[in-house]
Design a protein around this ligand. Structure first.
Ligand SMILES: [Zn+2]
Length: 276
């Protein structure tokens, strides 16, 4: 799943590789997929893409926003989108849910695993779209200060049973962190994913803030997580502390076996001694 680190890494690569290229033709791919979310008919996509030029590509939270000049934006990210650049036709994946063929012979394909976005939106609609959330501050923005993060806790009522997992990835949420990045963040902050937000002490809130900034910065610097691929199909260099492979293995801090639990629609990995 693409979360903030991959969105930033792939957006940067797309900008470098594709900006200025003219689209000979583009379409909604060669395979139907109910959960590859699009924003128009195949014919509309083809008509919009034809002859346009690629502009800047930016990452915003979990979203990748690629400008299709002058007035459309392609939106990917947040789901299981595999976004790949190809120099030759024979390298194209058999099934894909979006394809751009550039005048210089290169290709971009998007193949959705599970669910994902291949939206093509008029520029004017991007800001308000729920998959983009352009008005939200993302955790590596300068505006994501300790003061800002601390204020998010004010939105939780004193008697609320909301857990810290829900607080970070859903409501109010930190845009760009999903269940994938959350595991190592909570491990570093030493907080159990089920802990009630109202029971998280002031110093732990600060530790969580530092863990968010530190973990995401490191993930981006290393080209994303090892479980995900970049624009060229290369895996990221960030090896997760906690994931399916480390379940049952000793915690790197204390040696207690790492546990896996199912919680809020996804697997959580944790050290039952370090994370309380
Ligand atoms: Zn431990």
């Amino acid at each position: 799943m693409i979360e903030l680190p991959e969105a930033l890494v792939i957006a940067r690569q797309m900008s470098q590789e594709l900006k200025g290229k003219r689209i000979a033709y583009g379409n909604r791919g060669n395979a139907a997929h109910k959960f590859a979310f699009s924003s128009g008919s195949p014919k509309e996509y083809e008509e919009i893409f034809k002859g346009r030029r690629m502009g800047e590509v930016e990452g915003h939270g979990s979203a990748i926003l690629a400008s299709i000049e002058p007035d459309y934006v392609l939106v990917f990210g947040g789901g299981g989108e595999r976004i790949l650049y190809h120099q030759e036709e024979r390298a194209l994946p058999k099934k894909h849910h979006l394809l751009l063929h550039f005048e210089d012979g290169a290709y971009l394909t998007v193949t959705v695993q599970g669910w994902g976005n291949t939206l093509l939106l008029p520029q004017a609609e991007v800001g308000v779209h729920p998959h983009v959330q352009k008005d939200r501050i993302t955790p590596l923005d300068d505006a994501f200060t300790w003061g800002y993060f601390h204020r998010l806790f004010g939105s939780v009522d004193e008697d609320s049973a909301t857990s810290i997992k829900y607080f970070v990835i859903s409501e109010p949420g930190v845009w760009g962190i999903g269940n994938g990045c959350l595991q190592d963040i909570l491990f570093r902050a030493k907080i159990h994913p089920r802990r009630r937000v109202v029971d998280v002490a002031e110093d732990e809130r600060r530790a969580l803030y530092d863990a968010i900034k530190g973990t995401l910065t490191q993930m981006v610097a290393l080209g994303g997580r090892e479980s995900e691929c970049d624009l060229y199909g290369n895996r990221g260099g960030y090896v997760r502390i906690l994931d399916g492979k480390t379940t049952g293995k000793p915690c790197p801090e204390c040696g207690t076996p790492i546990e896996k639990i199912q919680y809020l629609g996804g697997a959580c990995y944790l050290c039952p001694s370090c994370q309380t």
